[in-house]
Ligand binder design. Structure first.
Ligand SMILES: [Zn+2]
Length: 350
């Protein structure tokens, strides 16, 4: 037989105290949850500090002097002799103005700067870079994974480097992550180097190559903003500092180009593979898909470029800049405003 439970008045009082304590605990948990959520929301788009002031850094770095107005010495058949395609991993376009990045800022103010540039929907490093270099979307190049996995082989779509090499031009890749081996299709690059994960070594090697190279296509990849984004969050002070560091490395490439007598025959494209939010990327959200796309060269029509640009257009623009035919399977299109200034004063190459 079960005993009949009888609560005394004292027990009932203790029980109601317990109920009150339980309510207080669950309220505390709920408010902790809200606080955590608010903290997370701040990291999602942390363009302001805790007091609401815009995040930015004191100006310290000096920009590399750019030739004031590069002489237009284009040739309809080959607008440029050399294209340097620089990808700054995980660089959000809206972070440039908040960072101490004088080179990026001046290139975007004085060169062509696309305001509507986006990466592919699969906004991860390897798929996006494959699209940048091959000019096709992920289902076509087939690199839908995101780390160095030898059994996945090379991009199924030929890269712009492949076509340039095939045409007898010099090609090189200076990268900071091993996964780029998937894009170095055999016979497509004369030089493939991964000097370091850190950009100073990558930029130093690339700059010394650029100083003496002939006509061709050079791809350079810097990691810094992406790794700070994953470690500390996109748009945090650490992320903005990483952009400043990448900007110094960009300066080394600019110095190498500007030191050349034929600098007006160089086209520099600066872009990225994806943006990011919180400590991640890879979604179809605008913060992940928006990228910078900046072009600097003698035939570039300077100013904001408001037409949509895809990361896939980088390959097409590089090929067109070198006067190479565009393979029909390319999904990207050349950004023509980077190839023909289309104003009076343009003169043909001597
Ligand atoms: Zn990336």
């Amino acid at each position: 037989m079960r005993p009949t439970v009888v609560f005394s008045g004292a027990t009932l009082g203790a029980l109601s105290l317990l109920t009150v304590a339980a309510h207080a605990q669950s309220a505390r948990r709920a408010s902790d949850r809200l606080r955590r959520r608010a903290r997370y929301e701040r990291t999602l788009d942390a363009t302001t500090d805790r007091r609401g002031a815009p995040l930015s850094l004191p100006r310290a770095a000096q920009p590399v002097p750019l030739s004031e107005a590069p002489a237009t010495r284009t040739n309809a058949a080959r607008p440029y002799d050399h294209v340097v395609l620089l990808s700054i991993d995980g660089l959000r376009p809206d972070a440039i103005a908040l960072s101490d990045a004088p080179n990026l800022e001046r290139l975007s103010q004085r060169g062509l700067s696309a305001t509507e540039a986006r990466t592919i929907t699969l906004s991860y490093t390897l798929p996006s870079h494959a699209s940048m270099l091959a000019g096709v979307d992920a289902p076509t190049h087939g690199l839908v994974h995101n780390d160095f996995t030898p059994r996945h082989g090379f991009s199924r779509a030929p890269t712009a480097l492949y076509f340039a090499h095939d045409a007898g031009l010099a090609t090189a890749m200076f990268v900071s992550k091993p996964k780029f081996r998937h894009l170095a299709i055999p016979g497509s690059v004369d030089v493939f180097e991964r000097p370091s994960y850190q950009c100073p070594a990558v930029a130093r090697r690339a700059a010394s190559y650029i100083a003496n190279v002939g006509a061709g296509l050079t791809f350079v990849h810097l990691s810094e903003p992406d790794s700070a984004g994953h470690d500390r969050g996109w748009m945090t002070v650490a992320y903005l500092r990483a952009i400043a560091a990448a900007d110094v490395c960009l300066g080394a490439l600019l110095t190498a180009i500007e030191a050349r007598r034929d600098r007006d025959r160089f086209l520099l494209i600066v872009t990225s593979d994806h943006g990011g939010h919180g400590r991640t990327h890879g979604s179809t959200r605008e913060v992940d898909r928006r990228i910078p796309w900046i072009a600097w060269g003698s035939a570039v029509r300077p100013g904001p470029h408001t037409e949509p640009v895809s990361v896939m257009d980088s390959a097409a623009t590089a090929l067109a800049a070198l006067g190479l035919p565009l393979p029909p399977e390319l999904e990207g299109r050349p950004v023509r405003a980077a190839l023909s200034r289309a104003t009076s004063g343009a003169r043909a190459a001597p």
